[in-house]
Structures are given as structure tokens and as C-alpha cells.
Design a binder for this molecule. Structure first.
Ligand SMILES: C[S@@+](CC[C@H](N)C(=O)[O-])C[C@H]1O[C@@H](n2cnc3c(N)ncnc32)[C@H](O)[C@@H]1O
Length: 226
């Protein structure tokens, strides 16, 4: 089947919208520096013009393979599946592309999840939590202005593994990540560096806003606030 890389001539003209064919995606992701990052389950990727996910979906598939290889038991593998997913971020301007992006990420995750785990180990909470991560990490917005269609700032969540197999979710504006670089501002009270652009020395705490409770990876879907 031929791959559809163009939706319309106008969209190519107005948005530069040409989707990357699988073969090129694979060639690019096979670069040794990229492979090294894929093999690091904590390394983050941001695709600022994500389209329907040509790169992010393939990155997800590869990272889930790494999660499989690096996990010692079912529980660790379930957590590592969600960790791997949580490191992938995208921004896309067009709403219809964002819908496809979210759907493609979700389908890829579920397909591999159900193929990997035996029936008795499958946990619907993992799928629900995966979908929350995907919705948070795949942002509709303009990567140049850092704003969404409604004029609000693009916000991303950091998913930081903390003790006892738990995860701490913290939200940051994309503006603060990009503009401050070394000292990113947060929309949440406690802010720490995202892996993406991290300076491990920096640690600041202020502001009053909702703060997510640390939780088990499979409970992310509950979105519990302090
Ligand atoms: C050349 S396509 C590449 C899509 C995808 N990365 C791929 O390889 O298939 C560029 C994409 O960027 C989106 N785009 C254009 N301007 C943008 C902007 N300012 N912010 C975010 N996305 C944008 C377009 O809608 C389009 O989906």
C-alpha cells in the first residue's frame, strides 16, 4: 500500500504539511546518537511539528522494545512501558492532525501492550493511564508562539519516577522550558527540571496551583491532586 504523505496542495503550501515516509523515519532513527537515546528509557524526545506521529509512533515502538528488554518482571515491565511512553512529547498546530496523533500513539501502545502481556497480567489501569499521558504529552499548539488555538500557553507534564515505583507529575509551560532553559518556570508549585532541557543544579519552589500527588504508574489516570 502506498503511504499518504500529503493531504492537500493548500496544506503543503500553508503549513509545509508533508508527512515523512516510514523508510525515511527509520533511516533517521537508526542514527547511532538517536539509538543511544532510545535505549535510555529516561531520555525525552520532543517533536515540535508532530503531524500524525510518523516519528513519535516509531519512537514509541522502539522504546517499548527497550522497556521489554530491560525489565526483570511483569510489574517492572508495566511501569517501564508507561515510563517509556511518558518521555515522548509532541506539538502539532492542526486539530485534525492532533486527533490522529493521539489515536496513533494510543493504538500503537495498546497493540504492543496486549501483544506483550499474558491475559492474566493485562491491567486496564495501564491503558487508561497511558491515554492520560498521551493526552498530556501531545499538545495542540503553535511551536513558534508557544500558544494553543485558544491563546493559552502550551503546557507539558514532567513524569518523574520517584521512590517505590511511583511517579510525580509536574506541569510546566512550554514557554518556561524554552525561554529560561536553565531555570524553567512552572505552572505548578514545586518545580523541577524536565529531562528535556534539564539543568540538574536548578531547583526552585513557588507559586500556588494544583499539585499532583505522587502515585503508582498505573494510577496516573486518577489524576489525584493534593
Ligand atoms: C512537514 S510536516 C511533518 C509532520 C511529521 N513530523 C512527519 O514527519 O510526518 C509539518 C507539520 O508541522 C505542522 N506545523 C506547521 N506549522 C506549525 C507550527 N507553527 N507549530 C506546530 N506545528 C506546525 C503541520 O501542520 C504539519 O503537520
Amino acid at each position: 500500500m502506498t503511504e499518504k504523505t500529503i493531504k492537500s496542495a493548500n496544506r503543503v503550501k500553508d503549513l509545509g504539511e508533508v508527512f515523512t515516509p516510514k523508510k525515511i523515519v527509520n533511516l533517521m532513527l537508526n542514527q547511532p546518537e538517536i539509538t543511544a537515546k532510545i535505549n535510555d528509557l529516561h531520555a525525552t524526545f520532543l517533536e515540535p511539528s508532530a503531524g500524525e506521529g510518523a516519528f513519535l509512533v516509531e519512537l514509541l515502538k522502539r522504546k517499548l522494545n527497550v522497556a521489554k528488554a530491560q525489565s526483570k518482571n511483569v510489574k517492572e515491565m508495566q511501569n517501564n512501558f508507561l515510563l517509556a511512553l511518558s518521555t515522548l512529547y509532541g506539538i502539532e498546530l492542526m486539530e485534525d492532525n492532533v486527533e490522529m496523533l493521539v489515536m496513533n500513539m494510543s493504538n500503537a501502545f495498546q497493540q504492543i501492550y496486549y501483544h506483550t502481556f499474558d491475559l492474566q497480567d493485562q491491567d486496564i489501569r495501564v491503558i487508561k493511564s497511558a491515554n492520560v499521558i498521551i493526552s498530556a504529552n501531545m499538545a495542540q499548539g503553535n511551536a513558534l508562539t508557544h500558544k494553543t488555538d485558544t491563546g493559552d500557553p502550551i503546557v507539558f507534564s514532567e513524569w518523574k519516577p520517584v521512590s517505590r515505583g511511583k511517579v510525580q507529575r509536574t506541569e510546566y509551560t512550554f514557554d518556561s522550558i524554552i525561554e529560561n532553559g536553565e531555570s524553567i518556570g512552572a505552572v505548578q508549585p514545586e518545580y523541577e527540571q524536565m529531562d528535556l532541557f534539564a539543568d540538574p543544579e536548578e531547583d526552585t519552589s513557588e507559586s500556588q496551583a494544583k499539585e499532583y500527588l505522587p502515585c503508582k504508574w498505573e494510577d496516573i489516570y486518577k489524576r489525584k491532586i493534593k
